[in-house]
Ligand binder design. Structure first.
Ligand code: AMP
Ligand code: GLY
Length: 438
């Protein structure tokens, strides 16, 4: 069977790598893919990003299953488009993807269905928003409505910062940009919410509209620098399992967040199919609250999670797209997988492209390897030497290792990262620190 993975990041490389291990899969196409998917002989990059063109191509190629990685194509309705033409696709519809694409939608949904989340109000009027912030005080969190690639959230530690964020997000004046946020970050609606304290974890499940299969637990590191300092990024590393998600927290997240969400979406007439990612805040007293929903897998969480998945992902996806997830039991490697993101010079604000990457290990295709370098922002050098790879985005590689403890997986990943070079490479030295007892 032929499979298509939509996207070109580290998450998509990991999904394609895992799908290619299935004996039922003859070919895995990745659209548009990256340097890593280009180097792997089992994968083939397809240079199409437009949804209609991709659908025509998938029909012509008789693609048996399409898996969509990023939120952008989901938010514009790639799943609706593929299904309309009889193609089997794993992901949420455009309406269901609003759980991620609209903060106002997801907050109202959570309130309506009694799903624990931070207290909030939605505003379109700046004056009312300023008054609300004055009343509540800092710290307080301001979120632009709409997809903003992680740049639409301001955790304001002072009232001044909160007012600035409101001015920026609600006043459509591009010259006023005190926070250096990309303008048009979200549109003219903001959600202002209570600041939650605790430890974050990524809780990701697969849904078929009714049934749920939980992925292994994971945690990522969003800040650029060691010790969770510096600016927010898309994620500088991740590991699985995450000890903070104890069996009690897991049961609570399923009971209080995931199952009511799936039931609520079904009741609202927009059944959720695809990966559902709840960003959890686990408070010091053991309560679990929803920080956000994503309608996709996490990146870089997918990389360690896919390394630990023992089940045949293709078969799991076929069950998930047939409403039969209740018949699936996911099997996980008991070891710890940990991924270290190597980012480009200037990431996250102005990542530099075109730096030549050397020292990459040769592509191993056995499926039994315990260190894998997943690519994200890489491209094969045009006209260059065979196999030449260079940086082409902010997060460049995710060096992922699996071992019997967090410490060993960490050591193994860093040993592998040390052999890889490109000018300006930056990576954190403490991925997994929260899971290592002092
Ligand atoms: P979001 O895109 O909503 O997940 O927000 C991005 C990041 O901002 C989260 O991963 C948290 O670190 C932080 N954040 C979001 N909402 C809150 C909140 N209510 N309290 C504290 N931190 C938050
Ligand atoms: N690692 C965070 C995310 O994928 O949203």
């Amino acid at each position: 069977m032929k499979v298509l993975v939509v996207g070109g990041g580290g998450r998509e490389h990991a999904l394609a790598w895992k799908l290619a291990q299935s004996p039922k899969v003859q070919a895995v196409y990745v659209a548009p893919g990256n340097g890593g998917t280009a180097l792997d002989a089992r994968l083939e990059n397809i240079a199409i990003t437009d949804v209609q063109t991709l659908r025509e191509w998938a029909l012509a190629e008789k693609i048996a299953l399409t898996v969509v990685g990023p939120e952008q194509p989901l938010a514009v309705g790639i799943v609706d488009e593929f299904r309309l033409h009889g193609l089997r696709v794993f992901g949420p519809t455009k309406a269901a993807a609003q759980l991620e694409s609209s903060k106002a939608f997801s907050k109202a949904f959570m309130q309506r269905h009694g799903i624990p989340t931070a207290e909030y109000e939605t505003f379109t009027d700046a004056i009312a928003a300023h008054a609300y912030v004055d009343e509540k005080g800092a710290p307080i969190v301001i979120k632009a409505d709409g997809l903003a690639a992680g740049k639409g959230v301001v955790v304001a530690m002072s009232l001044h910062e909160a007012h600035e964020a409101i001015e920026f997000m609600l006043a459509p004046d591009p010259s006023f940009n005190p926070l250096g946020v990309t303008h048009n970050a979200g549109g003219a609606r903001v959600v202002i919410e209570e600041f939650l304290q605790g430890e974050e974890a990524s809780f990701i499940v697969m849904c078929d509209g009714k049934n749920v299969a939980a992925m292994a637990t994971s945690q990522d590191h969003k800040r650029l620098l060691d010790g969770d300092q510096g600016p927010n990024t898309g994620g500088m590393g991740a590991y699985s399992p995450a000890p903070v998600v104890t069996p009690t927290v897991h049961a609570r997240a399923m009971r209080e967040i995931i199952l009511p969400t799936i039931k609520g979406m079904e009741k609202d007439g927009i059944p959720f199919t695809g990966f559902l990612y709840a960003g959890l805040m686990i408070t010091p007293d053991g309560k679990v609250k929803t920080l956000e929903f994503n309608c996709r897998m996490g990146d870089p969480e997918t990389q360690p999670i896919m390394m630990r998945l023992k089940s045949d992902l293709f078969e799991v996806m076929m069950a998930a797209t047939s409403g039969k997830l209740d018949e699936v039991e996911l099997e996980w490697d008991r070891r710890v997988a940990l991924g270290v993101v190597m980012a480009a010079h200037g990431y996250p604000l102005q990542p530099r492209k075109g730096d030549v990457i050397t020292g990459l290990p040769s592509v191993n295709t056995s499926g039994a390897e315990d260190t894998v370098v997943f690519h994200a922002g890489t491209a094969t050098a045009a006209g260059g030497a065979k196999g030449g790879v260079m940086t082409s985005g902010g997060r460049v590689l995710c060096v992922t290792a699996m071992a019997s403890s967090v410490k060993e997986a960490q050591h193994q990943a860093y040993e592998a990262a040390k052999t890889i070079h490109f000018d300006g490479a930056q990576y954190r030295k403490d991925i997994g620190f929260r899971a290592i007892k002092p």
